[in-house]
Design a binder for this molecule. Sequence first.
Ligand SMILES: C[S@@+](CC[C@H](N)C(=O)[O-])C[C@H]1O[C@@H](n2cnc3c(N)ncnc32)[C@H](O)[C@@H]1O
Length: 235
Amino acid sequence: MPPTQNKDPDKIKEMFSNISSKYDIANAILSMGFYKNWYRRLIDKIEIKEGMKILDCATGTGNLPLLLAQNSLNISICGVDFSEEMLSISFKRMRKHNLTISFMLSDILNLPFEDNYFDIATICFGIRNVVDPIRCLKEMSRVVKPGGKVYILEFGNPRGVVKIFYEPYRQFLMPVIGRIITGDKHAYYYLAETSSQFPSGEKFIEMMESTNFFKNSNAIPIFNGVAFIYEGMVV
Ligand SMILES: C[S@@+](CC[C@H](N)C(=O)[O-])C[C@H]1O[C@@H](n2cnc3c(N)ncnc32)[C@H](O)[C@@H]1O
């Protein structure tokens, strides 16, 4: 396995830019079509109200903003990512579906927004990739109004019988299939490695709570912990 734990932002950006054109098809195949359900479960958690401003951090190819825009009227959605290649796919998808979403090129560790601007901030499969997850949470809480919510969708470490099947899949099969689909030797080893090492469940909640930026944080497991939706109210 290549040494991938060094989350050098330039290398991360380059990796996602390289796989951008195959990213969505790889997601669909590797999750066996389930990944859209996970975004829907997250959207179901958000109490969407007319006029809301929602920020999606590390938006990639715009999966969450597109689903949000297709399902909700009169909300304003902004997606931020530092990979031009990923964002250009979001933009094309938005135009294809005739939707209005603002996509911006930016580092999510330095969000270009004033304090308390958004009602909600989300990040899907992004926080695991940043060099400083606490700073990411801090930035997300800074741009959300007090009383607003931050939602995080991220891979976890499942328990019980799911673990028995999922671990060999994640560690051995997924990197091989990911390589065949995207042509990238390392990206899906990186996914296996980072997703198994990143704090999940209670550990992630402890990390959230340790920041003192959130209250009422909680974790909702998906598939016994293959992924989690975390939510916290900004104080
Ligand atoms: C696994 S993809 C997730 C994309 C999307 N949220 C989804 O659910 O499909 C991770 C994304 O995080 C972006 N990213 C990683 N670190 C970032 C940073 N510091 N600032 C902005 N984007 C970042 C990458 O460019 C990539 O598009």
